[in-house]
Design a protein around this ligand. Structure first.
Ligand code: IPD
Ligand code: CA
Ligand code: CA
Length: 264
């Protein structure tokens, strides 16, 4: 399938960084990790992947700004364009050899995300989206699930780590949603949770306290697959608040109602 030059640049970078992560995953699985231990090794793996992404993207589009989870913000001469990158989303899964992790790359033009690529080197699933041109998984056009009965829906969520986020609120939200849906899932990689909504695998997803690099590519993926994405109250912007809820229009609306009630 033919994609734009921009998408080709993003995919090439994602695949090269993916090879690096896959190599490092192999090391972890064979326990040939450095003396400092696997956690330390993983933090090197994501830094390595981010450097590859930065090098490839900067070479193809000199001047664009770059915001990566590991290296922070690097200003470019072109103030209108910024890459937003998570070189490894799903770090805990990666560390445990669970193949649910991904590289997430988005391109922001002014205030709008115009393209997103999410790549899981663990199973070679490649998600791409470009504004106005649709979303695809390995070249298959994506569409969010059409379910309109909440008790038939599978919804993805998150569980805040100890010391991060409001545990009580999270429990209230989960209890409220759990009683109304077919199933709740916690897969542990926000970019892929969003991609799974775009692919119609999950009917919806919500999570609080995310960073722009967790959301940016997944948000355009869901929108280009026909879904709705917002902050938890249904109105705010997910990217700027860090809180996200999504699904088809119906599921999104229902989740917003439940989450707002749980907030009290
Ligand atoms: C994390 C994952 C996880 C989410 C966390 C994120 P990381 O990203 O997306 O699913 O619950 O809040 O920080 O640390 O693996 O890049
Ligand atoms: Ca992340
Ligand atoms: Ca990360």
């Amino acid at each position: 399938m033919l994609h734009s030059a921009l998408i080709n640049v993003m995919v090439k970078a994602a695949r090269r960084a993916g090879r690096s992560l896959k190599h490092d995953l192999n090391e972890i699985e064979h326990l040939q990790v450095s003396l400092k231990g696997p956690a330390n090794f993983v933090s090197l793996a994501d830094k390595r992947a981010e450097e590859i992404l930065h090098a490839d993207l900067a070479k193809a589009r000199p001047g664009y700004g770059f915001v990566g989870e590991e290296g922070g913000a690097r200003e470019g001469t072109d103030k209108s364009h910024t890459w937003i990158v998570d070189p490894l989303d799903g770090t805990t899964n990666f560390l445990h050899g669970i193949p649910q992790f991904a590289i997430s790359i988005a391109l922001q033009r002014e205030d709008t995300i115009i393209a997103g690529v999410i790549y899981n080197p663990g199973n070679d699933e490649l998600y791409i989206a470009e504004r106005g041109k649709g979303a695809f998984l390995n070249d298959q056009r994506l569409r969010v699930a059409g379910r309109r009965k909440l008790d038939e829906c599978v919804i993805a969520c998150a569980m805040p780590h100890i010391g991060r986020g409001d545990l009580e609120l999270s429990r209230r939200e989960m209890t409220a949603i759990q009683s109304k849906v077919a199933g709740l899932r916690r897969f542990g990689a926000a970019a892929l949770d969003l991609a799974f909504v775009a692919a119609g695998r999950f009917d919806g997803f919500w999570e609080r306290n995310l960073q722009p690099w967790d959301i940016a590519a997944g948000q355009i993926m869901v929108r280009e697959a026909g879904g709705s994405v917002s902050g938890i109250n249904g109105k705010d912007d997910a990217l700027s608040t860090g809180h996200v809820v999504c699904g088809n229009e119906f599921v999104h609306g229902e989740l917003v109602k439940i989450l707002r009630a749980a907030e009290g």
